[in-house]
Design a protein around this ligand. Structure first.
Ligand code: NAD
Length: 267
């Protein structure tokens, strides 16, 4: 991306960097969301299963940033698919907003087509602006697409330098679907390994940036939206401070060569 937002196939603009809130709970979540918004973030990623949608809503209100400037993503979990209409209303209530920018189905599962159709209906009712999927790969998509009306605006999957999913990214981008990385920094328990990777650390030194910033910049230059998670105000700030430098084609090539097809989680 060469701008701070990307246009979805739904017509809406979405920020290319956001705050991931998996594992942020209660006051820590409220404070992290509010700190992120005060530091220029305009995208917040939550999910029913993170049990923090109320806290995300509270953090948004506490930040003082107008709701319409913020892009909120949430996800329906598998146990909600059979009654997705109710689940969507519940998410609106918990977040305490009139509309949700993007709702994803968190994972393939029983009744997912039904749930997607409920999301399509919610789009026509103005409750949701864009809809998409998470943890869907090419085979699942091929099966899914002929059964639905609204093309997913975005797919959120695990992507980091050790798990690059280049084939999936190519397929989605060709279909006009935006890709978003979960575990953009490798995920909890794996970040140190990536941050200390010699290639990444060397590139960081040259650009006078942290390894985290190099990895996030790599995502953006590949055209992938990233939602790093953190409750540390310094890290939150640092992760947004990636628009004042550029990785060279050689840097990109070096990081691209680190792919190990090493998946760290599915959740
Ligand atoms: P991540 O790859 O973003 O790594 C987070 C870890 O990196 C945390 O331990 C954090 O403390 C650390 N960190 C963050 N910024 C740092 C910095 N600048 N310097 C040093 N350390 C830093 O992993 P994540 O937070 O688990 O994933 C990101 C988001 O993706 C989640 O919060 C969630 O919103 C989403 N997610 C979605 C799914 C899914 O199935 N759709 C699965 C997992 C995560």
């Amino acid at each position: 991306f060469d701008t701070k937002t990307v246009k979805l196939n739904s017509g809406y603009e979405m920020p290319v960097i956001g705050l991931g809130t998996y594992s942020l709970k209660d006051d820590i979540c409220v404070n992290s969301v509010s700190a992120a918004l005060k530091n220029g973030y305009r995208l917040i990623d939550t999910a029913y299963i993170y049990h923090n949608e109320e806290s995300v809503g509270k953090g948004i209100r506490e930040s003082g940033v107008p709701r319409e400037e913020i892009f909120i993503t949430t996800k329906l979990y598998m146990n909600q698919y059979a009654d997705a209409e109710n689940a969507i209303n519940e998410a609106l209530k918990k977040l305490d907003v009139d509309y949700i920018d993007l709702i994803l189905l968190h994972h393939p599962g029983a009744h997912d087509i039904e749930a997607y159709k409920a999301m399509e209906k919610a789009v026509s009712e103005g409750k949701i602006r864009s809809i998409g999927l998470s943890n869907y790969y090419i085979d699942e998509l091929e099966d899914f697409l002929p059964q639905i009306t609204i093309m997913p605006a975005l797919i959120q999957n695990e992507i980091h330098p050790y798990y690059q999913e280049n084939e999936v990214i190519k397929y989605m981008l060709e279909k006009g679907i935006v890709m978003e990385a979960w575990y953009p920094l490798g995920g909890r328990g794996h970040t140190a390994e990536l941050f200390n990777n010699e290639t990444i650390a060397e590139i960081a030194k040259v650009h006078n940036k942290s390894s985290a910033q190099i990895i996030l910049r790599w995502h953006l230059q590949k055209g992938v939206v990233a939602i790093p998670g953190s409750s540390n105000p310094e890290h939150i700030k640092e992760n947004m401070n990636i628009f004042d430098f550029e990785l060279t084609a050689e840097d990109m090539k070096k990081i691209n060569s680190l792919d190990r097809n090493e998946k760290h989680d599915w959740y």
